[in-house]
Design a protein around this ligand. Sequence first.
Ligand SMILES: NC(=O)c1ccc[n+]([C@@H]2O[C@H](COP(=O)([O-])OP(=O)(O)OC[C@H]3O[C@@H](n4cnc5c(N)ncnc54)[C@H](OP(=O)(O)O)[C@@H]3O)[C@@H](O)[C@H]2O)c1
Length: 323
Amino acid sequence: MHTVVNRHYHQLNNIHIEERTLNDLKDNDVLVKVHGAALNKADLLLAMGKPFMIKLMYGLKQPKKIYPGSDFAGEVVSVGSKVTHFKPGDAVFGDLSGAGFGAFAEYLIAPESKIWFMPKGYSYLEAAAMPMAFGTAMTAIQKISDIKDKKVLVYGGSGGVGRFLVQALIYFGAKVTVVSSSKHFDDLKQLGVFDLLDYTKPDFLLPQNAYDVIFAVNGYQPLKSYAKALVRGGKCIVIGGSGKQIFGAMALGPFYGLFKHKRFSSVIASTGHETLQSITNLANQTKIDVQISQIYTLSQVNLAYKDFYEHKYTGKYLIDVQK
Ligand SMILES: NC(=O)c1ccc[n+]([C@@H]2O[C@H](COP(=O)([O-])OP(=O)(O)OC[C@H]3O[C@@H](n4cnc5c(N)ncnc54)[C@H](OP(=O)(O)O)[C@@H]3O)[C@@H](O)[C@H]2O)c1
């Protein structure tokens, strides 16, 4: 079968396709015929070997995991002897970032714990767009006990994670304000966003004492600025953005909780059964809009990486694997 291979950091041009024979199925494994796969920022960072932490984790000089790809959706072909949930023919989706990668391929082997049933009424490509980005959004929302009627700010809410987060928050009854550039405003209004703030304006400032919850998805604000934007007792969940923002929340978050009555925490998503199940349940209850920017074939994956690196399009970059 054909699979995408990457043996070097920072050489998107050299990402290519090779023949690979998969290992035998272990007892808890599932063999999946992949129909759709999606690129995430994490896949790009892995291909670039940046930040340095990536090299510490995945190989100093060259990637140890040479078969890339995290998010996928496809059809179960066969299952190991101890697999309980799935049978051949089931439509499933998942994220292999915690299980050795390898989703950019015609077939993959996933541990049963890393896949779940796709939501109904969605194409394989739409489902492939969901696991990592939507899973991160659901993990972040689960950190707030009751989101209904809360005033919520999503900082950087127009991208992969942000759009799923915004839709889920609105479904759960939050009053959502989004910070993004104005090119996304029409799209975000259609999703039901209450208010929009443009971070590119020279006079852009966050309102003070305005939000019960802030999700910091992208960009950068000093923690002090998020703390001022929160009401007393408010909570800021840091999902992504600049390294300074992420590590700032980890290092200084407890200080704000103790002395300022504003709590900070961060999210590290791991897309297992529980998270995938929460996506499927929500996407079955309400139509989730998946913004597809471009669809590539497996042999065009290096182009997909390059376009993604250059921020060429808005929305998810998807791979129609069987095309
Ligand atoms: N914690 C976890 O487990 C986890 C999991 C997945 C992803 N992440 C992180 O989450 C972040 C978002 O990922 P993603 O997949 O959603 O990325 P993405 O699809 O590239 O989206 C980025 C969005 O952020 C907006 N943005 C860029 N610069 C901004 C700024 N200075 N201020 C406000 N908004 C800005 C962009 O909007 P414009 O076009 O308007 O600039 C774009 O829509 C990344 O840092 C990623 O590493 C974390």
